[in-house]
Design a protein around this ligand. Structure first.
Ligand code: SF4
Ligand code: SF4
Length: 198
C-alpha cells in the first residue's frame, strides 16, 4: 500500500472533511432510523437496523462450526461410549481432562470411565480431545458455551453425568432445547441482583 504523504489544499482546510464526516454519520443515522420505523410498522422484517443483541433476552446465533461445550456420546442402550483409553486426556494441552477407569461388569468390555471430568475453566476449547478420540465418544457440537461466572465455581468442572446428560437432551429434545435451557440459566445469572458473591 502506498502511503500518501501530502494532503490536498481542501483536505488541509479540514472544513470540507468535517462536512464529509458529518454527512456520512447523519446519512447512516437517517438510514437506520428509517429501517427502524419500517420495522415498527411491519415492513422490512428481514434486515435489522441495529447490530446489537438484546442479551440475555435475545441470543446471538453461533456459527455452525462453533466449538461448544463438550458432551459424552452414548451407546444405543444409553451407556457411555467412552472406553477410558485416556487418549483425550493425553492430547489435552491444558491437561484438565481427568479420568478414573474401572472394569466393566460385561466381560466383553474391557473398561469404562468410572469418573470423567473436564475443568472448563482451564479448557482452551481447542478440540484436540475430540480429534484424539478413536470411538467418537466426545464431541463439542452442543452449540452452547460455559457460564462465565456460574453461581457455584465448582460448576466449571463438568462431570460424566453432566456430559452424558447433554447427549440425552440433544437426542430426545433436539439442540433447541439445550440452547433454551442454557439461555434461561444465563438469564437467571445475569438478572439476579448481586448479593456479594457469584
Ligand atoms: S478442548 Fe482442548 S483444552 Fe479443552 S478439554 Fe479438549 S483438549 Fe483439553
Ligand atoms: S473420550 Fe474417547 S479418547 Fe477420551 S478416554 Fe473416552 S474413548 Fe478415549
Amino acid at each position: 500500500m502506498k502511503r500518501r504523504e501530502e494532503l490536498t489544499l481542501i483536505e488541509r482546510l479540514y472544513l470540507f472533511e468535517v462536512i464529509k464526516g458529518v454527512a456520512q454519520t447523519s446519512g447512516d443515522l437517517i438510514k437506520h432510523f428509517l429501517l427502524y420505523i419500517g420495522q415498527v410498522v411491519g415492513l422490512n422484517k428481514t434486515k435489522k437496523p441495529w447490530a446489537t443483541y438484546e442479551y440475555p433476552d435475545e441470543a446471538r446465533p453461533y456459527a455452525e462450526r462453533c466449538r461448544g461445550r463438550h458432551r459424552l456420546t452414548l451407546n444405543p442402550e444409553g451407556s457411555v461410549r467412552c472406553t477410558a483409553c485416556f487418549l483425550c486426556a493425553t492430547a489435552c494441552p491444558a491437561k484438565y481432562i481427568s479420568i478414573d477407569a474401572t472394569e466393566h461388569e460385561n466381560s466383553e468390555i474391557e473398561k469404562f470411565p468410572h469418573r470423567y471430568e473436564i475443568d472448563t475453566l482451564l479448557c482452551i476449547y481447542c478440540g484436540y480431545c475430540v480429534e484424539a478420540c478413536p470411538v467418537d465418544a466426545i464431541r463439542m457440537d452442543t452449540g452452547i458455551h460455559p457460564e462465565i461466572y456460574p453461581p457455584d465455581p465448582r460448576a466449571f468442572i463438568e462431570d460424566k453425568e453432566t456430559l452424558m446428560m447433554r447427549s440425552r437432551v440433544l437426542e430426545d429434545q433436539g439442540p433447541e432445547a439445550l440452547f433454551k435451557a442454557h439461555m434461561n440459566k444465563l438469564k437467571a445469572i445475569e438478572t439476579k441482583p448481586f448479593e456479594g458473591e457469584y
